[in-house]
Design a binder for this molecule. Structure first.
Ligand code: ADP
Ligand code: MG
Length: 430
């Protein structure tokens, strides 16, 4: 069966109830159905899951989906099961299953019932599972969050490095890598590591035209500045990211004292409090959540109107991910970062205890954040360039949506003028 022989629009409607594909989904799905190695780069929320779920559902055999988070796998399996009357259509294979459960999974796969098998990368290294999977028809292997392969990604997982070897044991099966990390370095790592230089690559644009990017110098008046900003956005939802739990607590309190409804969120709070605070934010019982980066994964509040970085993030990928939580509905999204070189030094100190290779990568990523904060060019152009994307800062979508474009930095030019003046002075002296 190839992609010309099936009506994938009809299948989309049948399984998912959607009338059309989002972005590059159709091309990606055709590439997979035609048994090509395929590489998909789409921002978070772009619709990557459907890219492998639909081909899995309509093809012979079982698709193996490697995913790093058990919670996410469970969600996806539940979602797929809800589309079908056959419970065995999707399964998770992991170490928490009982012997009986494992046998049921194996039986459903052997009976051809299971279209999607989600596995954690460490489970896939298990001899017993590999032996079993070698002897059943596999449609393809999808590797979600494929950036976990790369040390340059924001979530490196050594187990991901062994995937290629294991997949080779399964025989000739197409491999699909998917990620929301767009830096050329990470992409190169993924293709190299999965040994698929021939892959059909599909990359969606990372431009978020409705987000406004701004960087302000961090001074001791930062708290007053943040309060003023929030009061200008009265009644709107926003997230404030801080580096430390202590800072999170501090800022949340300062806001509360100043009549802003805010809650704190960080990994030091117990699960019940975290869940409560998250719900309060989602239900709009509070306007602002002050959080460490522990907050945000899988949170889909469409009308977040601002994301403030009290401290600079450790990489531009993190910055893009975190600011990306603003304006999901296409409406206004103001992304404000406070920058001081002292914070850079603080982050560098944090890294000092880590292995040398990790430190080097950490420093390099941080330097990019510094360059972004200090640039006088279009911030959107800078960010997109970092992701390997050319942006037309004259006519591109959202071209005027940042502080540098709206208010070009005269200060920098003034400095240039002073420099020139000094040169003239020096020249005349000689
Ligand atoms: P990603 O993994 O790229 O972050 P997801 O696969 O989680 O994105 O999809 C994000 C959202 O988009 C989901 O709610 C999904 O149901 C929705 N979605 C995906 N494809 C379509 C489509 N063709 N039409 C409408 N909604 C879609
Ligand atoms: Mg995803």
């Amino acid at each position: 069966m190839n992609s010309n022989e099936i009506d994938i629009h009809k299948e989309l409607k049948k399984y998912f109830g959607f009338n059309q594909f989002k972005g590059l989904q159709e091309q990606v799905i055709k590439s997979i159905v035609d048994k090509n190695n395929t590489f998909v780069i789409m921002p978070t929320g772009g619709g990557k899951s459907l890219c492998y779920q639909l081909p899995a559902l309509i093809q012979e055999g079982t698709a193996i989906v490697v995913s790093p988070l058990i919670a996410l796998m469970k969600n996806q399996v539940d979602a797929i099961r809800s589309l079908s009357s056959e419970n065995g259509i999707a399964h998770v294979l992991n170490s928490s299953l009982t012997k009986t459960e494992i046998n049921q999974v194996k039986k459903d796969i052997s009976d051809g019932k299971t279209k999607l098998l989600y596995v954690a990368p460490e489970s896939l290294t298990k001899e017993e599972y590999v032996e079993f999977l070698k002897n059943v028809p596999i449609s393809f292997v999808a590797i979600d969050e494929a950036h976990c392969i790369s040390e340059w990604g924001h979530d490196f997982r050594p187990e991901y490095r062994n995937l290629r070897t294991i997949i080779k044991h399964l025989g000739e099966v197409p491999v699909i890598g998917l990620t929301a990390t767009a830096t050329p370095k990470v992409q190169e790592d993924i293709l190299k590591n999965l040994d698929m230089p021939d892959a059909n690559a599909f990359k969606a644009s990372f431009n978020r035209p409705n987000l406004f990017y701004e960087v302000r110098t961090k001074t001791k008046n930062i708290e007053a500045d943040i309060i003023r900003f929030i009061k200008q956005h009265k009644g709107k939802s926003g997230i404030i990211y801080c580096l430390s739990r202590k800072k999170v607590e501090e800022i949340a309190q300062v806001l509360q004292v100043n009549g802003i409804s805010a809650v704190a969120y960080h990994a030091g709070l117990d699960a019940k409090t975290r869940a409560k605070h998250q719900d309060m934010f989602l239900m709009e019982d509070v306007e602002v959540v002050v959080a460490t980066i522990a907050f945000g994964m899988g949170i889909d509040k469409p009308d977040v109107r601002f994301v403030i970085h009290h401290d600079i993030p450790k990489s531009l990928e993190s910055y893009y991910q975190e600011t990306g939580r603003a304006g999901r509905d296409g409406g206004e999204g103001h992304c404000l970062a406070y920058y001081s070189y002292k914070d850079v030094e603080k982050l560098e100190k944090f890294m000092a205890g880590k292995p040398v290779a990790e430190q080097e990568i950490g420093f390099a990523l941080l330097q990019e954040v510094v360059a972004y904060a200090e640039t006088s060019m279009s911030r959107r152009k800078f960010l997109l360039h970092y992701f390997g994307e050319e942006f037309d800062s004259e006519n591109g979508e959202g071209a005027d949506m940042d502080d540098n474009v709206r208010n070009p930095k005269v200060k920098v030019e003034a400095k240039e003028n002073v420099k020139k003046l000094l040169e003239v002075v020096r020249d005349t002296k000689h």
